[in-house]
Design a protein around this ligand. Structure first.
Ligand SMILES: CC(C)(COP(=O)(O)OP(=O)(O)OC[C@H]1O[C@@H](n2cnc3c(N)ncnc32)[C@H](O)[C@@H]1OP(=O)(O)O)[C@@H](O)C(=O)NCCC(=O)NCCS
Length: 114
């Protein structure tokens, strides 16, 4: 059954400005592998992490690196969880969808539990 949903949208240009203004921010938010993505993909991954926090009703303070967005060979995005976030997810099936176009990046997350 569905246990939680989350959605988030990010203004890509504003997100880029934030990354440029605070050079340590990119390292704080993203893993090395995520950082290989272009800016719209990074904005979408930030949206994914915000949407995940909503879907888990988790609030602030979780380590951003513990929810890494990866892509399967087909391009389909997915989360890899570690540490505290893996404990919160607790084996749930977490679905992720990303989109970016027209200056906006967005993500939707569904948490499914048996
Ligand atoms: C809760 C949080 C995700 C809200 O995101 P935001 O960008 O500030 O706000 P948005 O405009 O995207 O969304 C606002 C809506 O989120 C919803 N929301 C607020 N708190 C929420 C919560 N704990 N769970 C689910 N939804 C929540 C509300 O509906 C709110 O709109 P409303 O006030 O009109 O009802 C954000 O404040 C937060 O805690 N971010 C940190 C996430 C984090 O630590 N991630 C790291 C690990 S992955």
């Amino acid at each position: 059954m569905i246990d939680g949903i989350g959605i988030d949208v990010v203004d890509v240009a504003r997100f880029q400005e934030s990354l440029e203004r605070t050079p340590a921010l990119a390292q704080k938010l993203f893993t090395e592998s995520e950082l290989t993505k272009p800016i719209a993909g990074l904005a979408a991954r930030f949206a994914a992490k915000e949407a995940l926090a909503k879907a888990l009703n988790a609030g602030k303070g979780l380590p951003w690196h513990e929810a890494e967005v990866i892509n399967h060979e087909s391009g389909k995005p997915d989360f890899l969880f570690r540490g505290e976030i893996a404990d919160l997810v607790d084996g749930a099936n977490v679905h992720l969808s990303l989109s970016h176009d027209a200056g906006i990046a967005s993500a939707m997350v569904v948490v499914e539990r048996n």
